[in-house]
Design a protein around this ligand. Sequence first.
Ligand code: KG4
Ligand code: ZN
Length: 356
Amino acid sequence: MLILGIETSCDETAVGILEIKKNQVKILSNLVYSQAKIHQKYGGVVPEVAARKHVETILPLIKLSLEEALVSPTEIDLIAVTRGPGLVTSLLVGVETAKSLAYVWQKPLVGVNHLAGHLYSSELGLNRLELRPINFPALGLIVSGGHTELVLMKSHQDYRVIGQTIDDAAGEAFDKAAKLLGLNYPGGPEISRLAKAGDPSAFDLPRPMIKSKDFNFSFSGLKTAVLYKIKNDRLNIKNQQIRSDFCAAIEAAITDVLVEKTIRAAKIFGVKTILLGGGVSANEHLRELLNFRASAELSRIKILLPEIGLSTDNGLVIALAGYYVILNRESGIKNQELRIRENNWRKIKVDPNLEL
Ligand code: KG4
Ligand code: ZN
């Protein structure tokens, strides 16, 4: 089946077309228009600006995507669109566009949870023709700009959130620390780039809640600690080595907590697979630490990490998550059945606080 995935929950306008036959998968198109440069001068995403840019970009991107995939609208079997969580005005652009297309093209439409897209991102490969199977029960660590969640999955679509951040998300912690250091938005990639030349032990930063028995996270204290170090200790952040050391220490503080809680949850729930997803999953140190600790402490565990190109927001993972929504509903897909529900676009609504 051919699935068109549309993503506009934050500051990326993204469209992907996937062809899935059983567990054989072909990426026909993957277009991402990032607005990061536009928001850089404001130091973060401005919702009004993001929505306007999505409006300008979404239709040309869908047109381009169909052309690149050599697919005509009549051949599309399903449209999948992110309906939450995210910025409401950004979400509305994607959802209303998808509804219009579903109406005009007479196609079924599914509303997808953005976080499910991130959870499934490691199943796909940019140059692989199969989906990497998940062995259940599985544990997903979602680390993005807005979310930090540990999710237990007994099967596809069966999500139980066992822990989440009580304040800032992991990506937000990277972004806020970067802002304090005068680095560009988004700060995560900047910090991780500078951290490569740094020594994390040069600074002692807190690991909030690392010892708490639950699986929740807290990162706002880290931001305060970073601020105090810069202001009170008069850190010379213009000095290249000091800046790199400080970035390495920030990266280590965030990733230590994430990995510690993930490993502990994996042990307690006896999971067979750990899935990593969300923009922060592009962080090399996080990937290495998770792999290292999992192979040292957990036996027969499968670690699925998304390819770097699929870590951040894109339309392909939304198409894939949409596929699992349909698969679960129908347990076996027939295009004929899908066409019957061509009018279902009326029911799809955005929800900026949508939970898994
Ligand atoms: O999933 P995503 O693309 O958008 C949201 O759904 O939020 O995640 C964006 C977040 C930003 O906070 C960004 O700083 C962070 O992912 N990020 C990184 C890296 N690449 C992106 N954080 C740390 N290291 C990276 N290499
Ligand atoms: Zn995301």
